[in-house]
Design a protein around this ligand. Structure first.
Ligand code: GDP
Ligand code: MN
Length: 376
């Protein structure tokens, strides 16, 4: 679960990491009131679960409540990387002497957390030279040791007056990472202000598999993070669905078969739009909803249905495909490969329908090739 900045900052505050005083608002009138309460000079920040807000104009610094009202009107409703801005975080503005970067993430290969600190944070952190960056692997049993904190701080070259704050803040970030079961905690910028170090931004991802240990995070769920409409459809239909970046919709039965279908599509030069496993014993209804979910993806240009019948009967699968084509407006080609129980009956059913969108394929490789061609 990726938290919004304001939610991440709630966790920071709970773990003793300094953050600016702020309020979450939904209208420009509320933004003006919040600016008034926070002393006039504020930063308005779009709350969207994506990075690069600064560059997209989603962060505005203003000096008065009137300016806050006007700027809030500009940012609310804005589209940032496909996310509509519905909430703003209004924060007391900080005066920044230096922008640093700090992050804790999981290094799976090393089997431990990786702590990264850089003295060049800010919105162009990707462009920062290597010299400014320092990192340490943290032993999960020993935790972040004092010598590692010093290694980070001196390695990254933080300003001397930032050192005492860093010595408190970095271990707190690591404790938050472990205790909240996070998979990422990122602060960019970690700002050096006249009052010391303060987290001006927060990017926190929590491990969904550990949510059962954290009833206190329940309020972070749903709340404001709107699920992808296609994923919501799949969840409502009880389908095992994962969205990918490509343009070829994939439907199969059994996770292993679907995974190998993704591989074969990639092998013949295609890019899968999703993983969708209808499960064992899937009938017409499951197939029909699977097809509806897959064609709901805006970038899908062809669909590949790959079924290996066992308990699943291919004639029922064929019936489901025809049913879906009857009740949804499917405009893209659907390549179908049926093998196993009642495959022959299923193929005949599809052939007899003479549906203009259906293409039969004899093997998995042929099916992948036809789906890739059809998507061109
Ligand atoms: P991101 O672009 O989505 O990562 O948004 P950030 O929250 O990191 O803000 C982008 C930039 O806005 C920061 O790097 C700062 O330079 C600037 N910024 C954010 N908050 C303040 C603030 O309170 N005061 C000042 N002076 N600048 C701020
Ligand atoms: Mn940032």
């Amino acid at each position: 679960m990726d938290l919004f900045e304001y939610q991440g900052k709630q966790l920071f505050a709970r773990w003793g990491i300094p953050v600016p005083d702020g309020r979450v608002v939904e209208t420009s009138a509320e933004a003006a009131v919040a600016a008034q309460e926070l002393g006039g000079r504020v930063a308005l920040k779009a709350q969207v679960a994506t990075g690069g807000r600064g560059k997209a104009g989603g962060v505005k610094l203003v000096a008065t409540p009137e300016e806050a009202e006007r700027a809030a009107g500009e940012v609310l409703g804005m589209d940032i990387g496909g996310h509509r801005v519905e909430h703003l975080l209004v924060e007391a503005a900080s005066s920044i002497d230096a922008e640093y970067y700090a992050a804790v993430t999981l290094d799976r290969r090393a089997g431990s957390a990786l702590f990264i600190l850089s003295s060049r944070g800010g919105i162009d952190v990707e462009a920062a030279g290597e010299g400014a960056m320092s990192s340490v692997h943290v032993d999960p049993l020993l935790g972040l040791a004092d010598f590692q904190v010093r290694s980070l701080v001196f390695g990254a070259g933080l300003a001397p007056r930032a050192r005492p704050d860093a010595a408190r803040l970095l271990p707190a970030l690591y404790r938050l990472f472990v205790e909240a079961d996070a998979s990422l905690v990122e602060v960019n910028p970690l700002a050096l202000t006249p009052g010391g170090l303060i987290a001006l931004d927060a990017k926190v991802s929590l491990d969904d598999s550990a949510m059962f240990r954290h009833p206190e995070f329940e309020s972070f769920k749903g709340g404001t993070l709107r699920p992808d409409p296609q994923e919501a459809m799949a969840a409502a239909a009880g389908l095992n669905f994962v969205k990918l970046d490509g343009d070829i919709g994939i439907i199969g039965n059994g996770a292993g078969l679907v995974m190998s279908t993704l591989d074969v599509v990639a092998q013949v030069g295609g890019a899968p739009a999703n993983f969708l496993d209808v499960g064992g014993g899937a009938g017409a209804e499951a197939l029909a909803s699977a097809l509806e979910v897959v064609v709901a993806g805006p970038s899908v240009r062809s669909v590949l249905v790959n079924i290996f019948g066992g308990i699943t009967r291919c004639d029922l699968v064929a019936g489901g495909i025809l049913e879906a084509l009857g009740r949804t407006n499917v405009t893209v080609p659907v390549v179908v490969r049926l093998e196993g129980t009642n495959a022959q009956a299923g193929r005949e059913l599809l052939a007899r329908s003479h549906h203009p969108n259906i293409r039969a394929a004899a093997s998995m490789l042929e099916a992948a090739q036809r789906a890739v061609e059809a998507a061109r």
